[in-house]
Design a protein around this ligand. Structure first.
Ligand SMILES: [Zn+2]
Ligand SMILES: [Zn+2]
Length: 247
């Protein structure tokens, strides 16, 4: 299985990541990645960039070192209503919006509250993809999330960093989640969640899990650049159809 797209990477702008976009793009080239998401953390995370960072993403070239760049954000869910930490005006301009739960940015809650928050964020028309539900910090109903992913056609991530040694306890959750995804057939993305350039395009743990659970290439969106770009284009088209109906 060849993964040609890494949708989840961080740059120095995130505050606790250590490489520049140029360094990440160069690393992506050397790993055979054709499409790279630049998804720095949303502004409610300590050290994350100011909204001005997100308002200026249009200056980033479409391609660097032969890799297409998708500038965007990894937005934070900030409450049980599933609200995000970036105004719609900014999200509407972005080429890629990832959404997830993070310590400090989200108050925590019961499994029901966390799952409701996550699912409400999945229903946000500006959300493109959901990230790392398998992280152990917040309890979630992983079966409901897998079911919603299939119903809404919203890709959910299997996060390689969660499975690396630093995040003990993620394997059990991610394995259960992957099995539910196999059962309900929702679209999956693999994300490196690189916070340093050497991790860009690194999916070895996620691929081990995918193979173990028996998920096919077809179910993984980022095995094809075209499928990812088509998905993002359609998502934006549906969004503008919805808003023209509302007018
Ligand atoms: Zn981070
Ligand atoms: Zn994250």
């Amino acid at each position: 299985m060849e993964i040609k797209v890494d949708l989840h990477t961080h740059t120095v702008a995130s505050g606790h990541a250590y490489s520049t976009l140029s360094e990440n793009a160069r690393a992506a080239t050397s790993k055979g990645i054709k499409l790279l998401g630049m998804t720095d953390h949303g502004p409610s995370m300590p050290g994350a960039p100011h909204l001005y960072h997100f308002g200026n993403l249009a200056i980033i070239p479409e391609e660097l070192y032969g890799v297409k760049i998708l500038p965007g954000v990894e937005a934070n869910i900030i409450n049980h209503e599933g609200e995000l930490d970036i105004p719609i005006h900014y999200l509407a301009q972005m080429k890629l919006v990832l959404v997830g739960l993070h310590v400090i940015c989200y108050p925590g809650g019961t499994s029901e509250e966390n799952t409701q928050a996550y699912i409400k964020a999945m229903n946000n028309p500006y959300t493109d993809m959901m990230v790392h539900p398998g992280r152990p910090e917040f309890e979630l109903d992983l079966e409901r999330i897998a079911h919603m992913s299939a119903q809404l056609n919203i890709p959910v991530e299997i996060n390689n960093s969660s499975l690396s040694r630093e995040k003990k306890g993620a394997w059990g959750n991610c394995r259960r989640f992957a099995r539910y995804m196999l059962q309900y057939k929702g679209p999956i993305i693999l994300g490196s969640d690189a916070h340093f350039t050497d991790r860009v395009g690194e999916f070895s743990h996620a691929l081990d899990l995918i193979h173990e659970v028996g998920i096919s290439e077809q179910q993984i969106l980022n095995t094809s650049t075209t499928r990812v770009l088509d998905y993002l284009t359609n998502r934006r088209k549906n969004r503008s159809n919805t808003s023209s109906i509302q007018k």
